[in-house]
Design a protein around this ligand. Structure first.
Ligand code: GTP
Length: 340
């Protein structure tokens, strides 16, 4: 019988660990041939680079599609459907497709695309997997300020939240079949239990797996058999009444960073700047003077990690560039002045 190709949609807020999870899944995928569709903000393309460098047999470089422009959920018809159709034509023998959405994307508009006749004949959504940063939830990153909501609601009764992060995060959770509660290494175990309870209070039907570094068995994460495209009604969204959504709540920009003489000192400055300006996400590649390799730097809030990922190639300029994402109004000029 003709088998539909299963698709897994990986959602989750900025920096929750989506790329880390996917790296793990493809590394342990065995004989499955997997294609990846990756969508991220900014044109620095960090996720694509990380995933292409895996070099595992189950995921070939030609089966990785990068959709760099903005937000997948807003460009479903223009970018996403043609990309999926091209992928199916090029590699009809695929066993699985994994889609990594950007951290600000709402999964439901994307899920809806799988209900379109030309797509649903060929593929089925095995499941929507939401990756959650356990430490960010424990810190109250996605919680409304009750007083602020009450004040706003007095002026406008339709107001639901005062925290734009919460809307995105909740939409992602409410659409999920499985939550990967990641970064549990950063919390004591009683905190992990508390965070699990917080997630259940948003979505009581979802299965939750607590882990760190995205370590999850691919047989579980890629074998949910949810047929999610047939089950849109049980996945409520704050944006159900709208056609897509805007990103007015967030600002994204790129900082060009001159060559560095002391990389550790610069990362300490990044931590300080991210904390002071409440930056949500920073990532990119840096040029460290005298080093043949480029430095891959990743920040989630004020927590940073960095490593030299590969040598600069002859045909690429040694240019330090960082994508910065913050809430609307983040002080771009001050951040640029501090880092540029
Ligand atoms: N401490 C800790 N850090 C983690 C864990 N998982 C991922 N990270 C780090 O968190 C940062 C972000 O991880 P990514 O996998 O790039 O997150 P993402 O969700 O793909 O990020 P965006 O695509 O930018 O939204 C990286 O520096 C990871 O190494 C974890 O379990 N514990």
């Amino acid at each position: 019988m003709f088998q539909k190709i299963p698709v897994t949609i990986i959602t989750g807020f900025l920096g929750a660990g989506k790329t880390t999870l996917i790296r793990n899944l493809i590394a342990h995928a065995g004989k499955r041939r997997i294609a990846l569709v990756i969508n991220e903000f900014g044109d620095v393309g960090v996720d694509g680079e990380i995933l292409k460098s895996c070099g595992v047999e189950s995921c070939r470089e030609e089966d990785i599609v990068e959709l760099a422009n903005g937000c997948l959920c807003c460009t479903v018809a223009d970018d996403f459907l043609p990309a999926i159709e091209a992928l199916l034509k090029r590699a009809p023998e695929l066993d699985h497709i994994i889609i990594e959405t950007s951290g600000l994307a709402l999964p439901k508009p994307l899920l809806k695309a799988f209900d379109w006749p030309q797509v649903r004949a060929r593929i089925t959504v095995d499941g929507v997997v939401a990756v959650v940063d356990a430490a960010a939830v424990a810190d109250g990153r996605f919680v409304d300020d009750a007083e602020a909501v009450a004040a706003e609601r007095a002026a406008d009764p339709s107001v639901e939240h005062d925290n734009p992060l919460e809307e995105v995060y909740e939409d992602q959770l409410l659409c999920a079949d499985l939550v990967i509660l990641n970064k549990t290494d950063l919390l004591p175990s009683d905190e992990v239990a508390r965070v699990t309870g917080i997630i259940e209070s948003t979505n009581a039907r979802v299965k939750i797996i607590a882990t760190s570094e995205g370590r999850v068995d691919p047989d579980i994460a890629l074998g949910l058999e949810a047929g999610a495209e047939n089950d849109l009604a049980s996945r409520p969204s704050h944006h159900d009444a709208e056609e897509g959504h805007d990103h007015d709540d967030f600002d994204t920009f790129i900082v060009d960073v001159p060559p560095l003489t002391d990389a550790d000192l610069f990362v300490r400055r990044l931590e300080e700047v991210a904390g002071r300006h409440d930056v949500l996400r920073m990532k990119g590649f840096l040029d460290v003077a005298g080093k043949p390799m480029r430095l891959l730097v990743q920040g989630v809030g004020a927590r940073f990690r960095q490593h030299y990922d590969r040598a600069w190639t002859k045909d690429e300029p040694r240019k330090g560039r960082l994508v910065v994402i913050g809430q609307k109004g983040v002080d771009r000029a001050a951040i640029q002045a501090a880092l540029g």
